[in-house]
Design a protein around this ligand. Sequence first.
Ligand SMILES: C=C(O[C@H]1C=CC=C(C(=O)O)[C@@H]1O)C(=O)O
Length: 407
Amino acid sequence: MDTTTTIAFQNNTLDFSKAVWHQALQHNYPVALWRLPHTGTIHLMVDFSGTATTTPIDLEELPAGFAFSPFLNDNGQASLFIRGDMYYTITDGAITEETLKANIFNASRYDRFRQQVADELTDPESKQTSDIKYTETPLENVAKSTFEGAVSKAIEAINQGHFRKVVLSRTKEITLLSNPDNVQNFLSLCSRYPHAFVSLVFIPDVGIWMGASPETLISVDKQGIFRTVSLAGTQRLVEGLPVSQAVWTQKEIEEQALVSRYIVNCFKKIRLREYEEIGPRTVAAGNLMHLQTEFTVDTQEVNFPQLGTVMLQLLHPTSAVCGTPKEPALQFILDFEKHDRSFYSGFLGPVNVNAETHLFVNLRCMQLSPDKAILYAGAGITADSDPQKEWIETELKCRTLLDVFKQ
Ligand SMILES: C=C(O[C@H]1C=CC=C(C(=O)O)[C@@H]1O)C(=O)O
């Protein structure tokens, strides 16, 4: 069992999170803040080595930490890992420090950092402002025609039989009129989207990423229950309408079924038949709704403790972010998307933290700098797609994050 200490700082969640975040950035230490779906606990993790290690995500080998992986991740070799040298949780304003077993860290950096966080909390001058406004850059029309052109080409390629589905993405650049208060925005996302995995990550040489993902890639809990989902099909969440009453078109049903089939094929590759499948059913995701099927496996019952690691290698990138069949769809993305996806549609989340791993697909995310934010959003293209509707879908997906700037 990892050790736990309830620490003396009595400041509220916002001030404490800001102080940790701010001090980590000052020292150029990798740092991750996150909140798991349907929970009220904020997690903060700092790595005192000063760099995130590049490593395959092997759940059997890695100590407690936070994985951050790009979309293009050949054989899983490009994932970054924030080691949990310092780890806090905050629940209902109560701050707890946990020492994660097996982690070795630099004791003098730890003591200094802890002191600096305490100093910042007693110095009101050091608090950042939370006033953010934004304007949209005039690049949007170009992006729209580029995106719609790529969607038309994808439909042609599908009709010619090159693949059945491809997920095409675009960026949306936002000019920020004042330095964003990232921690305040992170906490706003947490309260706005209880169903999402909300994260704020800084890694030197990578930058700052924030997101509110609706999609689990893999999770393995303390009881050894493995879980993944197939998520696809998108429509606007209508206020007052229960999600159970959502009606889906044939296009959306097929688009999501292709993701489920992809997951089942991954189970087939490892000859695993003992999975439970629930769905598809409609789930809310921020301002949107999706179709979701949930797959669970009791890894103890099937005597397969490495299932999480094995499925992670097989699943990423799923056909919710790439397409099916995977190889020609990926080639199409590389040929026709004009931007680098970077960490968008990669995966991220806590690894081996208190014997649990929760990795999510990095969707509804943005890369932040002091004066601009780059948002990323994609849409699943099938033979029945309409380029204009797919564009509108990516706009709606961008709204998930843009809405926090408007508060
Ligand atoms: C690729 C994204 O969403 C995926 C997940 C859910 C629904 C999707 C869709 O309807 O196209 C996408 O497959 C994105 O948010 O950028």
